[in-house]
Design a protein around this ligand. Structure first.
Ligand SMILES: NC(=O)C1=CN([C@@H]2O[C@H](COP(=O)(O)OP(=O)(O)OC[C@H]3O[C@@H](n4cnc5c(N)ncnc54)[C@H](O)[C@@H]3O)[C@@H](O)[C@H]2O)C=CC1
Ligand SMILES: C[N+](C)(C)CC(=O)CC(=O)[O-]
Length: 470
């Protein structure tokens, strides 16, 4: 049965939640009193559809249904998860949460996207206080995995499981605190940056450069403490603190003061920001941001590190549910073309076709028992010949599937024929591929293990029967 989410407030963050749920196969009902909310969500959905599936080496589940409803009551009535993403005003959130609890199921989860309010503040005057918790996301919610969870252990444990299923990284905040964990840092950095502009030390562009060419790159893959541990050299963290700890007492920071946001300061920042980024619309900037995030996270996948390791775990969960059935045509690849596979011609580069055939062959190897354990035991297949025909182009964000036939599978030889199809089922490329079974010790050909030969023979026979019947 499809799960249902209700999104209350469909602005920047509500739109991102809606996209994350829909692209993870959930049905979504959105309530937002703004008559323009539908248009804005369509734009967010378009950006999410071209970026989230591209993070994955396997297909995401079929999209859920998304609908706008005229009342909050209708949105929440059947929902399993309700996400409040209304403006950051406590009295408004109280009103909305009360209305949600009047109309929702008692077992529904009610998360709030609040950036700063504590659960105990949100729960004031609630019908069932424990049902409400903080699920604080990061923009864009459809790409960034982190969710700070604050609330009762029982409720957040249920939320944790659901967030993991939709590819997110729940971080339980053990003790409630204003602005949770991450927004404390963001606010500290923002405060400091406002002073630098106000005092005429740096422009918005220079501040952004100081982050994106330097420590921002470090933080994205190692965070703060692991980075500083390395910065202490072989003597490690204690040495780092001994050397740089005293600086904390020096006047390096204005952290406790807030510059007054006068019209003049706001105007200075806004015009510097226009000069820096005004040549792009907000939607263009979102696409640039998303393409960069997808590329960075995909390279972390290759290193199985940080957010990349999380994505690999999610792929494994999605892929496990879709291992091919060999009595049917073998779907050996089912995915979308990611942005980093595109070249200067604006389509999937020829080198990436090789990647696709390689992934297709990996699927067949797993099916015949030549899996990770088999390879670790010293036996594998090497590709010795491929012939590719390119019939049509593939664009970024396009879904592709590969149907593979085992043309020959006896002794040391494994000959495959792959056809890559687009969403309209047109064949865009084909490949014949010959693999030879090898010993990884001698690096020479050898006979496969009997179990692999047996499985191979069974699949070849099943495929022949299927073709004879079709
Ligand atoms: N923008 C950001 O970077 C982040 C914001 N948040 C949090 O998410 C929440 C929403 O923020 P944004 O999406 O940025 O604001 P937003 O202004 O983009 O969206 C708020 C939406 O709520 C709607 N709304 C107003 N009254 C409503 C009502 N009575 N019922 C339902 N919807 C109503 C508005 O029409 C608007 O579409 C806030 O609590 C904020 O702290 C969390 C993480 C990041
Ligand atoms: C600025 N902000 C406090 C709304 C930021 C967040 O809450 C998280 C984010 O996405 O940066």
């Amino acid at each position: 049965m499809t799960n249902t989410a209700a999104i209350i407030g469909g602005g920047v963050i509500g739109g991102g939640w809606a996209a994350r749920f829909v692209l993870s196969g959930w049905d979504v009902a959105i309530f937002d009193p703004d008559p323009d909310a539908g248009r804005k969500i369509d734009a967010v959905m378009a950006n999410a559809r071209r970026s989230l599936p591209a993070l994955s080496e396997v297909a995401l589940p079929p999209e859920g249904q998304i609908k706008f409803v005229p009342t909050l009551a209708e949105a929440v009535a059947d929902a399993d998860w309700i996400q409040e993403s209304a403006p950051e005003r406590l009295e408004m959130k109280h009103r909305i949460l009360k209305e949600i609890q009047t109309h929702c199921r008692e077992d529904a989860l009610i998360g709030s996207s609040t950036s700063g309010f504590k659960p105990s503040e949100l729960q004031q005057g609630a019908l069932r206080p424990d049902q409400i918790f903080v699920a604080h996301p990061f923009n864009p919610v459809y790409l960034l995995p982190l969710i700070e969870l604050v609330g009762s252990d029982k409720t957040t444990a249920r939320a944790h499981d659901i967030l993991t299923q939709i590819g997110m990284k729940p971080l339980k905040v053990r003790k409630e605190i204003d602005a949770h964990i991450a927004d404390r840092f963001l606010e500290a950095v923002w405060r400091e940056a406002l002073w630098l502009v106000k005092d005429g030390i740096a422009t918005t562009q220079e501040i952004d450069d100081a982050i994106r060419y330097g420590f921002g790159l470090r933080w994205g893959q190692m965070g703060l403490f692991e980075t500083y541990r390395v910065a202490g050299g072989e003597a490690g963290m204690a040495h780092f603190i001994a050397q740089f700890g005293p600086c904390l007492q020096w006047p390096w920071t204005k952290l406790m003061d807030v510059p007054e946001l006068t019209d003049e300061l706001v105007q200075t920042i806004a015009s510097q920001s226009d000069a820096q980024s005004g040549s792009h619309s907000i939607r263009e900037l979102e696409r640039i941001r998303d393409d960069n995030l997808v590329s960075m996270m995909r390279s972390l996948k290759g290193r199985n590190w940080g957010a990349g390791a999380l994505l690999n775990e999610h792929d494994a969960r999605l892929g496990a549910a879709t291992e091919p059935d060999f009595t049917k045509p073998i779907i050996s690849v089912n995915r979308t073309v990611p942005v980093d596979w595109s070249d200067y011609n604006g389509h999937m580069n020829e080198s990436r076709y090789g990647q696709v055939w390689s992934d297709a062959a990996d699927t067949v190897m797993r099916m015949i028992g030549a899996d990770a354990a088999y390879i670790a035991a010293g036996l594998s297949y090497f590709t010795v010949d491929t012939h590719t025909k390119f019939m049509n182009e593939c664009l970024v964000g396009e879904p592709i599937t590969v149907v593979t036939q085992i043309v020959e599978g006896a002794g040391k030889k494994l000959r495959l024929y792959h056809e890559m199809k687009n969403a309209s089922e047109d064949v865009v490329a084909s490949c014949t591929q010959l693999l030879i079974h090898v010993s990884l010790q001698t690096r020479k050909s050898c006979e496969p293990a009997p179990l692999v030969l047996e499985k191979l023979a069974a699949i070849v026979a099943a495929q022949a029967t299927m073709q004879a019947q079709s």
